[in-house]
Design a protein around this ligand. Structure first.
Ligand SMILES: N[C@@H](CCC[C@H](N)C(=O)O)C(=O)O
Length: 284
């Protein structure tokens, strides 16, 4: 089968975007993996599948598949690319687009400067809803947000704070992201038995109350140049721990994301770039 696709990126987190608004599309995990393969396919951290509105009050649905072929709940950089995709392809003329994801409805809004702001919804902190199993662990209070000891490989213990932005995140504070052991610890945290659905592992360096640097080892994709939900999770955790103010610039290896959160009961707003790289057709 021949598939038309658009290659996109948001702060260097890259996507193959597929249009399933007129014709449904059901690929196997192997076919998604083949598309994401950087040598034998198009290459991407995630595949995004744009579908028709599933219910009144929503404009589209949008599914997210990691490079490993597994479908997941949420993707922040993908949400911005989704919004640009539907506008560029004439599928919507709205500036604010409501889209159903596996973890709920989010609302990207195209800005006059070409960036996209996404209402990512409220963060979730209850361990069972992340999901995270803290049973038998001793929490360390850090402001209004606990840190948990995670033993890695029987030799190292790291302190992580956990949150869900629709998808699970474990974030640790490091002195310098350039020297943080992302490649060594990332896979161990991702697959840690305390996270029954695995987890995205964030490494956050606080530069000031409104500026952090962040690297994320993503579940199902490895380290990416940026992770939008990871940036949201790191900032809300940093705010609850008393390190950060409500508006924070997050420098990733692929570019800057701006995150705003005004506390409990309010949604997280994420602003950043969305870029189309090329279009093509591939046999799957
Ligand atoms: N790159 C994304 C997150 C994609 C999903 C993630 N790997 C997961 O498995 O939860 C983002 O920008 O948020």
């Amino acid at each position: 089968m021949k598939l038309r696709f658009t290659k996109m990126q948001g702060a260097g987190n890259d996507f193959v975007v597929l249009d399933a608004t007129r014709k449904s599309l059901a690929l196997s995990p192997e076919q998604y993996r083949a598309l994401a393969d950087r040598r034998f396919g198009v290459g991407a951290d995630q595949i995004l599948i744009v579908g028709p509105a599933p219910a009144p009050g929503v404009d589209f649905s949008y599914r997210i598949v990691n490079a490993d072929g597994g479908e997941v709940e949420q993707c922040g950089n993908g949400a911005r690319c989704f919004a640009k995709f539907v506008r560029d392809h004439g599928l919507s003329d709205k500036d604010a687009i409501r889209v159903q994801t596996l973890s709920g409805v989010i609302e990207p809004r195209l800005q006059p400067d070409g960036r996209v702001t996404v209402d990512m919804g409220e963060p979730v902190f209850e361990p069972a809803r992340i999901p995270f199993d803290p049973h038998g662990l001793q929490a360390r209070p850090a402001g209004g947000h606990e840190q948990w000891p995670l033993e890695l490989g029987g030799t190292t213990t790291v302190m992580v704070a956990v949150a869900s932005m629709g998808n699970p995140h474990a974030v640790q504070r490091v002195d310098n992201v350039d020297t943080a052991p992302v490649a060594e610890q990332g896979p161990l945290i991702e697959a840690h038995p305390r996270f029954p659905r695995r987890v995205n592992a964030g490494f956050m360096q606080v530069l000031s109350r409104d500026h952090i640097r962040l690297r994320v080892y993503e579940r199902g994709a490895g380290e990416t140049l940026a992770c939008g939900t990871g940036a949201c999770a790191a900032v809300v955790i940093g705010i609850r721990q008393g390190w950060l103010d409500a508006r924070v610039d997050v420098d990733t290896r692929g570019g800057r994301l701006s995150i705003e959160w005004n506390g409990a009961g309010t949604p997280v707003l994420m602003t950043g770039p969305a870029v189309s790289v090329f279009e093509g057709e591939i046999e799957v």
